[in-house]
Structure formats: C-alpha cells, structure tokens
Design a protein around this ligand. Structure first.
Ligand SMILES: C[S@@+](CC[C@H](N)C(=O)[O-])C[C@H]1O[C@@H](n2cnc3c(N)ncnc32)[C@H](O)[C@@H]1O
Length: 252
C-alpha cells in the first residue's frame, strides 16, 4: 500500500474511534478503557483530571508522567487524539503555558476542540496536521510529547526532524511508543490493519533510537520499557512488541 493510502486507512480507523463507532478492539474482548489506561501508566487521579471522552484507551504509556513539564512551558503533543495527554499537560503548564495537540484525523481534532471548550481549558489548542509537517513555528516549543503515534507513520525520520525543528535549543522530547524485539511475520508487516493497530509500523528498538539521533537529538535514553500485549493480539507477536518511553534533548 502507498504511504498516502495507508494514512487514509489509519485516518478512517481513528475517525471511527473518535466518533465512538468502534473501540480500539472488539467490544467485550478485554479490559475497559480505564483499565487499559491504568495498565499503561496513568493513575486514577490522572483520569479524574481530564474530560472522560478524551480517554480512548489507545495509548501505550503516560508521557506526561515522565516529561517533567513545568508551569509556563509550551508543549506539543504529536497525534493527540481526543486529547488525554494534552489536557494532563495543560494542568501542569498552567495559565502561563500552553499545549498544542496535532492530529491528522479531523474527527479527533474536532473532539479535542469541543472538549477544551466544554471543560474550560483556555490554554490548549488542537491543530489539524501531519507530524511529518508540523503546523508549528520553528524554535518555539519546550517539550514535545507523544503517545503511541510515531509507529503509525511510514516516515519516522521526517517526524523526528520536524520535532527537532519546532523545539527551542535545549528543548526535550518524551515519547511513548511501540518498538520491536526480533522480526515480525511478513504478513503482519504487510497488513494495513496491523499498522492501524500500532504494530506493523513499529521499528526495531535500536534502529528507532538511531533514527532519533540521526534527526539531531542528543542524550537519547530509554527511560522505561515493558513488554506490550493488547487484547486479542496475534500470538506470534507475543514477546516481540515493547512499549518504550524515550527522552532526548535538542542541543543548545
Ligand atoms: C493510537 S492513537 C493515540 C492517540 C493519543 N495519543 C492517545 O494516547 O489517546 C494515534 C493517533 O495518531 C494520529 N496519527 C497517526 N498518524 C499520524 C500522522 N502521521 N500525523 C498526525 N497524526 C497522526 C491518529 O489520527 C490518532 O489520533
């Protein structure tokens, strides 16, 4: 499948999730959305701080817990979905800071905007766009976070180069994502559905970290990692998918 066709397939999938027409997995196949969030690192207190409809259970970590976000900072969330991490970051940056969520799926952006308005988050903004061409000015951002998104793009280097461009000198990233340990079966790699499930596009861990360095980042470090299993996941993938949280810095 061509890259643009794959993106359209993924948009369609996440559009349905945004509209509540489908869950990330089949109904009744596994834990609740809240359970999924607790399993990947959110606390019950985190979930109380954000609008309930922003919680979709499609992340693989809790980047805001590890990003040391401070009051007054400007944060960008790549592939923000309905905004769970945007809203959590907004509680940390406060009135003097701001948080910009970027997502390519119109219904996700619309949902985030509506929730921000309904729940009174004046310091957040949702922008429609691709992470490979961020709709954000150069050198304006303190922290870039992301939760289970970069595996979905066929061009990971372009995405990290864009992140490097928008960060201020000394700015940092805290990315939660899925990577692989060992070869995935070729039919899985070729499956658009497995891409949309955040599996087929995941890179081998070392190659992923090297891509971040190649984009210009320094001090690239895995802050934490754990085996990843989703309800109903192809058993050939068990033990081969890892959830990583990666920190890195843009040099001064
Ligand atoms: C697995 S969901 C994660 C959503 C959110 N981070 C969360 O944890 O709830 C992936 C999101 O990334 C968006 N996305 C995927 N590829 C993208 C790209 N190339 N540019 C912008 N957004 C993208 C999708 O539209 C979807 O909303």
């Amino acid at each position: 499948m061509e890259d643009q066709d794959l993106k359209e397939f993924i948009k369609e999938r996440y559009g349905k999730i945004a509209r509540g027409e489908t869950l990330f997995c089949c109904p009744g196949c596994g834990p609740t959305v809240a359970d999924q969030c607790l399993a990947v690192g959110y606390t019950p207190e985190d979930l109380q701080l954000v609008p309930e409809s922003a919680v979709l259970g499609v992340g693989c970590g809790n980047p805001t817990a590890l990003a040391d976000i401070a009051a007054g900072e400007t944060v960008v969330d790549l592939g923000s979905g309905a905004g769970i991490d945007v809203f959590l970051a907004a509680t940390k940056v406060g009135d003097r800071g701001r948080v910009i969520g970027v997502d390519m799926t119109e219904d996700m952006v619309a949902k985030g905007r509506l929730l921000a308005e309904q729940h009174g988050f004046p310091n957040v903004e949702f922008r429609l766009g691709y992470i490979e061409h961020l709709p954000v000015d150069s050198g304006t951002v303190d922290v870039v976070i992301s939760n289970c998104v970069i595996n979905l793009t066929p061009d990971k280097l372009a995405s990290f180069q864009e992140v490097h461009r928008v960060l201020k000198p000394g700015g940092r990233i805290l990315i939660a994502d899925l990577v692989t340990a060992g070869e995935l079966p070729p039919d899985v790699r070729a499956s658009a559905a497995a891409w949309a499930d955040c599996l087929a596009g995941a890179m081998e861990k070392e190659a992923y970290l090297e891509t971040i360095r190649h984009a210009g980042f320094a001090e690239v470090a895995v802050v934490s990692e754990s085996p990843y299993e989703a309800p109903g996941m192809d058993e050939r993938l068990l033990g081969k998918i890892i959830s990583v949280k990666v920190r890195a810095f843009k040099g001064q």
